[in-house]
Design a protein around this ligand. Structure first.
Ligand SMILES: [Fe+2]
Length: 471
């Protein structure tokens, strides 16, 4: 699987050879994001999350698949062209002189390598965990430009300040607003949950905090926004005093427990703020309102060791991979009791659901990457589909193959929640080439695969749009 952590310099645009048969109805575009350059001259990025962003687009029409890939053209990428690391990434410091280390403020990286937002109203953006989003042209994948640091648009009176956000904005299921938060570091740091419509942001709720946690995603229901604050926390002064890469300022403090903070979406009121035993996660699966409770499903790790396990030298070596399990947390809004149970005994990471119909609502099926046989001695090498009601789990596995995030695409006339397909970029470790795998979401049987002429480095997230673009 080492080819999945190797730089890819080729940029191509071509039709892929398809084996099998794509459904007639499958028409539209999958855009995926992920790191594709792991060094700058002699210097190497240290962590999977640090590599320079590349977009990969798979366009489906009339049983064919066209593929195009392109680097995001950011100042961070350009500095690597010059053999320098110009911006601090998640776990890699920029090249700085001793003087620069102490007397210049660290610049927020524009290396938007985590996710994409494809939105008819808000535009097409590559996203990361700094508030700098990068707009791209969906036709050519060419970079259009960087958002302002605060994503302010002309005429917007009050930009929302902050240094950290998530690359996992939600579409609120009832209002259709885009929801996310910004974290502003300070003597008193503040999470600000905001909603966005027609490029205008409005603060919905604020949560002051002395020790902000590292949160990679959050959840919405029909009525609530849920921040789950894991006890991987930072003293913001550490950024100034210690001079370490971003995540290495954070400390695992299990005695703090994991905190569930629930806000009303209607007026931003704090509805609940309760703690349970410490656990860690990158990804929420889904959440919904139930009688007097909020149900929150999360790919849950016992601790934050996974952050260390994803350093590239460990991933490329022979190391143990901590495995997350799909876990349900039911938060009683009155008593504060939090009950948890596993939804499956199969590991699950990079979870997806039938988002448009079921985000924030009761649902039945979750899809994710997993580890065949529960082995911790390989990378994610299996896809799973979990029925969260029954725990029944379906698997897709082929020896030596490494699938990425499975993106669910609903059939246009879907009668059942799992009427549709699942799309996953799969690396063949032996041939060092990737393919786009298409599974029937109901049966998890293979329908088709489209062969890509190179190894696509392991990416993070992608989105499907029914829009089509010329090649
Ligand atoms: Fe993510």
């Amino acid at each position: 699987m080492r080819a999945g952590f190797r730089s890819l310099d080729r940029e191509v645009a071509l039709d892929l050879e398809v084996r099998g048969e794509l459904p007639d109805w499958l028409s539209g575009t999958l855009v995926r994001n992920g790191p594709a350059r792991f060094e700058a001259g002699e210097r190497k990025f240290r962590h999977w999350f640090d590599g320079q962003a590349m977009l990969h687009r798979f366009a489906f029409a009339a049983g064919k698949v066209a593929y195009r890939n392109r680097y995001l053209d950011t100042p961070a990428l350009r500095s690597t062209d010059d053999g320098r690391i110009g911006f601090g990434e998640f776990a890699t410091d920029p090249c700085r002189s001793i003087f620069g280390r102490f007397f210049t403020r660290p610049r927020l990286t524009p290396n938007a390598n985590v996710n994409v937002l494809l939105d008819d109203a808000e535009g097409d953006w590559a996203l990361t965990e700094t508030p700098i989003a990068v707009e791209f042209d969906p036709d050519t994948l060419a970079t259009v430009g960087l958002s302002k640091r605060d994503h302010a648009v002309p005429g917007q009176a009050h930009a929302i300040p902050g240094q950290v956000t998530t690359a996992h904005p939600h579409v609120a299921p009832v209002t259709g607003d885009l929801v996310n938060y910004l974290l502003q570091f300070g003597r008193r740091s503040v999470y600000r949950v905001y909603r966005q419509r027609n490029h205008v942001r409005e603060v919905l709720a604020e949560l002051p905090t002395d020790r902000p946690g590292y949160l990679h995603s959050f959840a919405v229901t029909e009525r609530h926004v849920v921040l789950v604050v894991f006890p991987l926390v930072v003293n913001p002064l550490s950024f100034l005093l210690r001079g370490k890469p971003f995540i290495e300022n954070y400390r695992w403090r299990p005695e703090l427990g994991t905190r569930f903070v629930v806000f009303s979406q209607e007026d931003g009121a704090l509805v609940a703020d309760h703690r349970t035993d410490a656990f860690f996660a990158f990804h929420h699966i889904n959440a919904y309102d139930a009688e007097g409770r909020v149900v929150v499903d999360i790919c849950s790790y016992p601790d934050a060791e996974v952050v260390d396990a994803l350093y590239l030298d460990r991933l490329r070596g022979d190391t143990e991979l901590p495995l997350p399990f799909p876990t349900r947390y039911e938060v009683d809004l009155t008593s504060g009791a939090i009950h948890s149970r596993r939804l499956s005994e199969e590991a699950m990471e990079l979870p997806r659901v039938s988002y448009r119909a079921h985000n924030g609502r009761e649902y039945r099926y979750a899809y994710g990457v997993s580890a065949h046989g529960g082995s911790r001695h390989d990378f994610f090498n299996q896809l799973v589909k979990v029925d969260v009601r029954s725990g029944r789990t379906l698997r897709w596995h082929e020896a030596g193959r490494y699938p990425g995030e499975p993106v669910f695409v609903a059939a246009p006339d879907a009668a059942r929640e799992d009427d549709g397909v699942v799309l996953s970029v799969v690396l063949d470790g032996a041939t060092e080439r990737s393919c786009l795998l298409v599974l029937d979401a109901g049966s998890f049987a293979e329908l088709a695969r489209a062969e890509v002429p190179h190894a696509i480095p392991f990416g993070f997230h992608g989105q499907f749009t029914s829009r089509s673009y010329p090649q």
